[in-house]
Design a protein around this ligand. Structure first.
Ligand code: COA
Length: 151
């Protein structure tokens, strides 16, 4: 039987460019989800919460700490991009944080990720920068940018 983690991993494996080493392994995902503070959202190809028997087109992995929720990962299958699924997923993420009584949401991304446009459109603003935080497959370093918004 295909479970939710299988669905999430199928999107993960198709979505992240290995060059940036951002994708998590199944083991990392499973371990994170053993914590009650960590949760996932799965959406179908219409950007709606995934129902039984449907195939996931995108996911969010998130973690709550007190009144803040961090967006750990967001991804949409390459063949479904540009259809506003990412935008809808982000809106569902903010809604999930509100339902958990969070005051703030934040995320960290590598500088120059085109997803920045998506985050800014959803009301996120840059609040920090960590120099040389990521290291690519070829050893180059990339800054991490921290974005946040109120819920
Ligand atoms: C980021 C991502 C989830 C966006 O998904 P999507 O369903 O294509 O997003 P949307 O269709 O809702 O696009 C929202 C906006 O962001 C822009 N955008 C998003 N991803 C983009 C990309 N890779 N390249 C260029 N523009 C992008 C779109 O042009 C759109 O802007 P517009 O509404 O003004 O036209 C998807 O590109 C993805 O899975 N990327 C790989 C994983 C990744 O880098 N995740 C983020 C770090 S965890």
């Amino acid at each position: 039987m295909i479970d939710d983690i299988d669905q999430l991993m199928a999107v993960m494996e198709a979505s992240f460019d290995p060059h940036y080493r951002e994708a998590w392994t199944r083991r990392q995902v499973e371990e994170s989800l053993t914590l009650p503070s960590t949760y996932m959202l799965l959406v179908n190809a219409a950007g709606e919460p995934m129902g039984d028997g449907e195939i996931a087109a995108g996911f969010v992995l998130a973690r709550q700490a007190a009144d803040e929720v961090e967006l750990l990962l967001i991804a949409v299958l390459p063949q479904h991009r540009g259809k506003r699924i990412g935008r809808r997923l982000l809106a569902q993420f903010i809604e999930s944080a509100r339902a958990r009584s969070a005051a703030k949401v934040f995320l960290e991304m590598r500088s120059n990720n085109p997803a920045e446009r998506l985050y800014r459109a959803a009301g996120f603003e840059q609040i920090g920068q960590r120099k040389d935080y990521y290291r690519t497959l070829t050893g180059a370093t990339i800054d991490a940018l921290t974005f946040a918004r109120e819920v």
